[in-house]
Design a protein around this ligand. Structure first.
Ligand SMILES: Cc1cc2nc3c(=O)[nH]c(=O)nc-3n(C[C@H](O)[C@H](O)[C@H](O)COP(=O)(O)OP(=O)(O)OC[C@H]3O[C@@H](n4cnc5c(N)ncnc54)[C@H](O)[C@@H]3O)c2cc1C
Length: 317
Protein backbone atom coordinates (compact mmCIF):
# COMPACT_ATOMS: atom_id res chain seq x y z
CA UNK A 1 0.00 0.00 0.00
CA UNK A 2 1.22 3.52 -0.81
CA UNK A 3 -0.92 6.55 0.11
CA UNK A 4 -3.75 4.14 0.91
CA UNK A 5 -3.76 2.46 -2.48
CA UNK A 6 -2.65 -1.05 -3.31
CA UNK A 7 0.43 -1.01 -5.52
CA UNK A 8 0.59 -3.44 -8.39
CA UNK A 9 4.17 -3.95 -9.54
CA UNK A 10 4.18 -5.33 -13.11
CA UNK A 11 6.46 -8.38 -13.20
CA UNK A 12 8.27 -7.04 -16.28
CA UNK A 13 8.89 -3.55 -14.86
CA UNK A 14 12.61 -4.16 -14.34
CA UNK A 15 13.04 -5.17 -17.98
CA UNK A 16 10.80 -2.36 -19.25
CA UNK A 17 12.88 0.22 -17.37
CA UNK A 18 16.15 -1.38 -18.43
CA UNK A 19 15.04 -1.10 -22.07
CA UNK A 20 13.86 2.49 -21.58
CA UNK A 21 16.98 3.99 -19.97
CA UNK A 22 20.68 4.27 -20.64
CA UNK A 23 21.43 4.17 -16.91
CA UNK A 24 21.15 1.21 -14.57
CA UNK A 25 18.17 -0.47 -12.90
CA UNK A 26 18.60 -2.63 -9.78
CA UNK A 27 16.15 -4.71 -7.73
CA UNK A 28 15.58 -4.76 -3.95
CA UNK A 29 18.05 -2.03 -3.07
CA UNK A 30 18.51 -0.91 0.56
CA UNK A 31 17.91 2.85 0.62
CA UNK A 32 19.23 3.60 4.14
CA UNK A 33 22.87 3.75 2.94
CA UNK A 34 21.83 6.40 0.41
CA UNK A 35 20.58 8.71 3.19
CA UNK A 36 22.34 10.60 5.98
CA UNK A 37 19.99 9.14 8.66
CA UNK A 38 20.85 5.55 7.55
CA UNK A 39 17.30 4.44 8.37
CA UNK A 40 14.61 2.51 6.54
CA UNK A 41 13.98 -0.40 4.21
CA UNK A 42 14.61 -1.34 0.60
CA UNK A 43 13.12 -0.10 -2.65
CA UNK A 44 11.65 -2.51 -5.18
CA UNK A 45 13.68 -0.85 -7.92
CA UNK A 46 16.42 1.79 -7.98
CA UNK A 47 17.17 3.62 -11.22
CA UNK A 48 20.45 5.46 -11.66
CA UNK A 49 19.76 7.71 -14.67
CA UNK A 50 22.51 8.54 -17.15
CA UNK A 51 20.83 11.59 -18.66
CA UNK A 52 17.87 13.96 -18.49
CA UNK A 53 16.19 11.78 -21.15
CA UNK A 54 16.36 8.88 -18.68
CA UNK A 55 14.43 10.97 -16.15
CA UNK A 56 11.67 11.55 -18.69
CA UNK A 57 11.68 7.86 -19.66
CA UNK A 58 11.36 6.67 -16.04
CA UNK A 59 8.51 9.09 -15.40
CA UNK A 60 6.67 7.90 -18.50
CA UNK A 61 7.07 4.21 -17.63
CA UNK A 62 5.94 4.76 -14.02
CA UNK A 63 2.96 6.83 -15.19
CA UNK A 64 1.92 4.23 -17.73
CA UNK A 65 2.16 1.40 -15.20
CA UNK A 66 0.67 3.39 -12.29
CA UNK A 67 3.78 2.63 -10.20
CA UNK A 68 4.87 5.01 -7.41
CA UNK A 69 7.99 7.04 -8.22
CA UNK A 70 10.28 8.46 -5.51
CA UNK A 71 12.82 11.18 -6.31
CA UNK A 72 16.02 10.86 -4.33
CA UNK A 73 18.73 13.48 -4.11
CA UNK A 74 21.52 13.04 -1.57
CA UNK A 75 19.02 11.76 1.01
CA UNK A 76 19.92 14.37 3.64
CA UNK A 77 16.40 15.47 4.54
CA UNK A 78 14.57 12.16 4.52
CA UNK A 79 13.15 9.44 6.72
CA UNK A 80 12.75 6.24 4.71
CA UNK A 81 9.91 4.05 6.11
CA UNK A 82 11.00 0.81 7.83
CA UNK A 83 8.78 -1.25 5.55
CA UNK A 84 10.65 0.09 2.52
CA UNK A 85 9.41 1.70 -0.67
CA UNK A 86 6.99 -0.01 -3.02
CA UNK A 87 7.80 1.24 -6.48
CA UNK A 88 10.75 2.93 -8.19
CA UNK A 89 13.38 5.21 -6.66
CA UNK A 90 15.12 7.54 -9.12
CA UNK A 91 18.43 8.79 -7.69
CA UNK A 92 19.65 11.91 -9.46
CA UNK A 93 23.18 12.33 -8.04
CA UNK A 94 24.14 9.15 -9.89
CA UNK A 95 23.94 10.66 -13.35
CA UNK A 96 22.55 14.19 -13.63
CA UNK A 97 25.74 15.75 -12.33
CA UNK A 98 27.14 18.03 -15.03
CA UNK A 99 28.28 21.51 -14.04
CA UNK A 100 29.60 24.31 -16.22
CA UNK A 101 30.10 28.03 -16.54
CA UNK A 102 27.98 29.92 -19.10
CA UNK A 103 28.71 33.63 -19.24
CA UNK A 104 27.78 35.01 -15.88
CA UNK A 105 25.90 31.90 -14.75
CA UNK A 106 26.69 28.46 -13.35
CA UNK A 107 24.57 25.71 -14.93
CA UNK A 108 24.13 22.65 -12.73
CA UNK A 109 22.55 19.25 -13.20
CA UNK A 110 20.17 18.63 -10.30
CA UNK A 111 22.27 15.74 -9.01
CA UNK A 112 25.36 17.89 -8.43
CA UNK A 113 26.22 17.79 -4.74
CA UNK A 114 26.08 21.11 -2.90
CA UNK A 115 29.73 20.85 -1.83
CA UNK A 116 30.75 20.35 -5.47
CA UNK A 117 28.86 23.48 -6.53
CA UNK A 118 30.76 25.42 -3.85
CA UNK A 119 34.11 23.90 -4.94
CA UNK A 120 33.30 24.65 -8.60
CA UNK A 121 32.55 28.29 -7.73
CA UNK A 122 35.80 28.48 -5.76
CA UNK A 123 37.70 27.01 -8.73
CA UNK A 124 36.38 29.86 -10.90
CA UNK A 125 36.93 32.53 -8.24
CA UNK A 126 33.19 33.08 -7.88
CA UNK A 127 31.99 34.18 -4.46
CA UNK A 128 28.48 33.77 -3.02
CA UNK A 129 28.33 29.95 -2.80
CA UNK A 130 30.46 29.45 0.30
CA UNK A 131 27.37 28.92 2.47
CA UNK A 132 26.31 25.81 0.56
CA UNK A 133 29.66 24.01 0.96
CA UNK A 134 28.66 22.33 4.23
CA UNK A 135 25.10 21.33 3.27
CA UNK A 136 25.12 17.58 2.54
CA UNK A 137 22.44 17.67 -0.17
CA UNK A 138 22.18 17.89 -3.96
CA UNK A 139 21.29 20.96 -6.02
CA UNK A 140 17.86 19.47 -6.89
CA UNK A 141 17.10 18.89 -3.21
CA UNK A 142 18.37 22.38 -2.41
CA UNK A 143 16.01 23.98 -4.96
CA UNK A 144 13.10 21.78 -3.79
CA UNK A 145 13.73 22.89 -0.17
CA UNK A 146 15.04 26.39 -0.97
CA UNK A 147 17.91 25.35 1.30
CA UNK A 148 19.64 28.04 3.26
CA UNK A 149 21.33 29.05 6.47
CA UNK A 150 22.63 32.19 8.19
CA UNK A 151 25.05 32.80 5.33
CA UNK A 152 22.90 32.36 2.23
CA UNK A 153 19.90 30.80 0.55
CA UNK A 154 19.13 29.25 -2.84
CA UNK A 155 16.69 32.06 -3.67
CA UNK A 156 19.53 34.62 -3.48
CA UNK A 157 21.28 33.32 -6.59
CA UNK A 158 18.91 30.98 -8.47
CA UNK A 159 18.05 32.37 -11.90
CA UNK A 160 15.97 29.53 -13.29
CA UNK A 161 15.19 25.85 -12.93
CA UNK A 162 14.22 23.15 -15.41
CA UNK A 163 11.99 20.27 -14.40
CA UNK A 164 9.96 17.40 -15.81
CA UNK A 165 6.28 17.39 -14.87
CA UNK A 166 4.36 14.16 -14.17
CA UNK A 167 3.13 14.03 -17.79
CA UNK A 168 6.76 13.79 -18.95
CA UNK A 169 7.04 17.36 -20.30
CA UNK A 170 10.16 19.47 -19.75
CA UNK A 171 9.54 22.94 -18.27
CA UNK A 172 11.67 25.93 -17.45
CA UNK A 173 10.85 28.93 -15.27
CA UNK A 174 12.58 31.89 -13.68
CA UNK A 175 13.19 31.90 -9.93
CA UNK A 176 10.29 34.31 -9.36
CA UNK A 177 7.88 31.63 -10.60
CA UNK A 178 9.27 28.91 -8.33
CA UNK A 179 7.52 30.18 -5.16
CA UNK A 180 10.70 29.95 -3.12
CA UNK A 181 9.95 30.58 0.54
CA UNK A 182 11.30 29.45 3.88
CA UNK A 183 12.26 25.80 3.18
CA UNK A 184 9.67 25.50 0.43
CA UNK A 185 9.15 25.86 -3.30
CA UNK A 186 6.38 25.32 -5.85
CA UNK A 187 7.46 21.65 -6.10
CA UNK A 188 5.90 20.94 -2.69
CA UNK A 189 2.46 21.50 -4.25
CA UNK A 190 3.07 21.06 -7.97
CA UNK A 191 5.14 17.92 -8.39
CA UNK A 192 8.03 17.79 -10.80
CA UNK A 193 11.52 16.38 -11.10
CA UNK A 194 14.05 19.21 -11.11
CA UNK A 195 16.78 18.37 -13.62
CA UNK A 196 18.73 21.61 -13.85
CA UNK A 197 19.36 24.83 -11.95
CA UNK A 198 21.04 27.99 -13.21
CA UNK A 199 22.70 30.33 -10.72
CA UNK A 200 23.81 33.93 -11.20
CA UNK A 201 27.43 34.90 -10.71
CA UNK A 202 27.23 38.24 -8.98
CA UNK A 203 30.78 38.74 -7.70
CA UNK A 204 34.31 37.41 -7.97
CA UNK A 205 36.95 37.13 -5.30
CA UNK A 206 40.35 35.55 -4.88
CA UNK A 207 40.45 31.84 -4.12
CA UNK A 208 42.07 32.12 -0.72
CA UNK A 209 39.39 34.44 0.65
CA UNK A 210 36.63 32.15 -0.69
CA UNK A 211 38.33 29.08 0.81
CA UNK A 212 38.77 30.94 4.11
CA UNK A 213 35.07 31.77 4.23
CA UNK A 214 34.06 28.20 3.39
CA UNK A 215 36.32 26.85 6.11
CA UNK A 216 35.10 29.28 8.75
CA UNK A 217 31.41 28.58 7.97
CA UNK A 218 32.13 24.83 8.20
CA UNK A 219 34.02 25.25 11.46
CA UNK A 220 31.27 27.32 13.06
CA UNK A 221 28.57 24.85 12.00
CA UNK A 222 30.71 21.93 13.17
CA UNK A 223 30.96 23.49 16.61
CA UNK A 224 27.14 23.63 16.89
CA UNK A 225 26.20 20.32 15.28
CA UNK A 226 26.11 16.93 17.04
CA UNK A 227 29.21 14.75 16.80
CA UNK A 228 26.99 11.81 15.81
CA UNK A 229 26.82 12.09 12.06
CA UNK A 230 23.68 10.01 11.41
CA UNK A 231 20.95 12.61 11.21
CA UNK A 232 18.94 14.70 8.75
CA UNK A 233 19.84 18.18 9.97
CA UNK A 234 17.14 20.26 11.64
CA UNK A 235 14.05 18.15 12.23
CA UNK A 236 11.74 21.14 12.62
CA UNK A 237 11.32 24.40 10.78
CA UNK A 238 12.11 27.60 12.63
CA UNK A 239 8.85 28.92 14.10
CA UNK A 240 8.16 32.61 13.52
CA UNK A 241 10.38 34.75 15.73
CA UNK A 242 11.94 31.83 17.59
CA UNK A 243 14.15 28.76 17.25
CA UNK A 244 12.93 25.17 17.40
CA UNK A 245 16.08 24.15 19.33
CA UNK A 246 15.45 26.77 22.01
CA UNK A 247 11.81 25.71 22.47
CA UNK A 248 12.80 22.03 22.57
CA UNK A 249 15.44 22.73 25.22
CA UNK A 250 13.04 24.84 27.28
CA UNK A 251 10.45 22.03 27.15
CA UNK A 252 13.07 19.70 28.64
CA UNK A 253 13.36 17.46 25.58
CA UNK A 254 17.18 17.44 25.31
CA UNK A 255 18.39 13.83 25.58
CA UNK A 256 14.89 12.34 25.13
CA UNK A 257 15.06 9.07 23.23
CA UNK A 258 12.94 6.36 21.67
CA UNK A 259 14.79 3.16 20.75
CA UNK A 260 17.88 4.20 18.84
CA UNK A 261 16.67 7.76 18.16
CA UNK A 262 17.89 10.56 20.44
CA UNK A 263 17.28 14.32 20.69
CA UNK A 264 20.86 15.54 20.41
CA UNK A 265 22.33 16.95 23.64
CA UNK A 266 24.44 19.39 21.63
CA UNK A 267 21.89 20.72 19.13
CA UNK A 268 18.36 20.18 20.41
CA UNK A 269 16.89 20.73 16.94
CA UNK A 270 18.57 17.55 15.68
CA UNK A 271 17.49 13.95 16.23
CA UNK A 272 20.35 11.51 15.78
CA UNK A 273 20.42 7.83 14.97
CA UNK A 274 22.58 6.13 17.61
CA UNK A 275 23.17 3.32 15.14
CA UNK A 276 20.12 1.11 15.42
CA UNK A 277 17.25 3.60 15.15
CA UNK A 278 14.23 2.73 13.04
CA UNK A 279 12.01 5.16 11.17
CA UNK A 280 9.31 4.32 13.68
CA UNK A 281 11.63 5.35 16.58
CA UNK A 282 12.33 8.70 14.91
CA UNK A 283 8.68 9.39 14.08
CA UNK A 284 7.54 8.51 17.61
CA UNK A 285 10.22 10.77 19.09
CA UNK A 286 9.22 13.62 16.75
CA UNK A 287 5.62 13.33 17.96
CA UNK A 288 6.68 13.25 21.63
CA UNK A 289 8.82 16.38 21.18
CA UNK A 290 6.07 18.20 19.29
CA UNK A 291 3.56 17.38 22.06
CA UNK A 292 5.88 18.50 24.85
CA UNK A 293 6.75 21.76 23.10
CA UNK A 294 3.07 22.45 22.41
CA UNK A 295 2.17 21.83 26.05
CA UNK A 296 5.09 23.90 27.30
CA UNK A 297 5.04 26.93 25.01
CA UNK A 298 1.89 26.62 22.91
CA UNK A 299 3.97 26.49 19.71
CA UNK A 300 3.13 23.81 17.16
CA UNK A 301 6.40 22.76 15.55
CA UNK A 302 6.29 21.91 11.86
CA UNK A 303 8.69 19.29 10.48
CA UNK A 304 11.37 20.23 7.96
CA UNK A 305 12.49 16.64 7.48
CA UNK A 306 10.22 14.55 5.22
CA UNK A 307 8.97 11.00 5.30
CA UNK A 308 9.99 9.81 1.84
CA UNK A 309 6.88 9.68 -0.32
CA UNK A 310 6.26 9.28 -4.06
CA UNK A 311 5.42 12.10 -6.44
CA UNK A 312 1.99 11.79 -8.05
CA UNK A 313 2.38 10.44 -11.57
CA UNK A 314 -0.19 10.76 -14.30
CA UNK A 315 -1.54 7.50 -15.62
CA UNK A 316 -1.35 7.79 -19.42
CA UNK A 317 -3.99 6.22 -21.60
C1 LIG B 1 24.17 17.61 8.94
C2 LIG B 1 23.09 18.30 8.12
C3 LIG B 1 23.08 19.67 8.04
C4 LIG B 1 22.08 20.32 7.28
N1 LIG B 1 22.11 21.68 7.20
C5 LIG B 1 21.18 22.32 6.45
C6 LIG B 1 21.18 23.75 6.34
O1 LIG B 1 22.03 24.44 6.88
N2 LIG B 1 20.19 24.33 5.60
C7 LIG B 1 19.24 23.60 4.95
O2 LIG B 1 18.39 24.18 4.27
N3 LIG B 1 19.20 22.25 5.05
C8 LIG B 1 20.15 21.60 5.78
N4 LIG B 1 20.11 20.23 5.88
C9 LIG B 1 19.01 19.47 5.25
C10 LIG B 1 19.29 19.00 3.80
O3 LIG B 1 20.67 18.88 3.57
C11 LIG B 1 18.65 19.94 2.78
O4 LIG B 1 17.25 19.99 2.95
C12 LIG B 1 18.96 19.52 1.33
O5 LIG B 1 18.65 20.59 0.48
C13 LIG B 1 18.21 18.27 0.87
O6 LIG B 1 18.76 17.89 -0.39
P1 LIG B 1 18.89 16.37 -0.80
O7 LIG B 1 19.47 16.31 -2.16
O8 LIG B 1 19.61 15.61 0.24
O9 LIG B 1 17.37 15.96 -0.84
P2 LIG B 1 16.73 14.57 -0.39
O10 LIG B 1 16.88 14.45 1.09
O11 LIG B 1 17.23 13.46 -1.22
O12 LIG B 1 15.21 14.84 -0.73
C14 LIG B 1 14.46 15.80 0.00
C15 LIG B 1 13.19 16.13 -0.78
O13 LIG B 1 13.58 16.76 -2.00
C16 LIG B 1 13.02 16.04 -3.10
N5 LIG B 1 13.99 16.13 -4.19
C17 LIG B 1 15.31 15.87 -4.16
N6 LIG B 1 15.85 16.07 -5.35
C18 LIG B 1 14.85 16.47 -6.17
C19 LIG B 1 14.77 16.82 -7.54
N7 LIG B 1 15.83 16.81 -8.36
N8 LIG B 1 13.56 17.17 -8.04
C20 LIG B 1 12.45 17.20 -7.26
N9 LIG B 1 12.48 16.86 -5.96
C21 LIG B 1 13.65 16.51 -5.42
C22 LIG B 1 12.85 14.61 -2.61
O14 LIG B 1 11.90 13.88 -3.38
C23 LIG B 1 12.39 14.88 -1.19
O15 LIG B 1 11.01 15.21 -1.20
C24 LIG B 1 21.11 19.56 6.62
C25 LIG B 1 21.13 18.15 6.71
C26 LIG B 1 22.12 17.51 7.43
C27 LIG B 1 22.16 16.02 7.49
Amino acid sequence: MVDGRLVHMPSNLHDTLTDAVEGTVARDVPIAPLTTFRIGGSADLLVQPASRQDVVAVLRVCSECGVPLYILGAGSNLIVPDEGLRGVVLRLPDGIDDISLHGDTIVCGAGVLDCRLAEFALGHQVTGFEWIFDIPGSVGGAVYMNAGNNDGEISHSLVLAKWVSPDGELHEAGAEELKLGYRTSRFHNEPGIIVEAVFAISARADGSSIRGRMDSIKELRGSKFPEESLCAGSIFKRPLGDYAGRLIEEAGCGGMSVGGALVSHKHKGFIVNRGDATASDVLTLIEQVRRRVLEHSGVELETEVEVFSPIPTTRRT
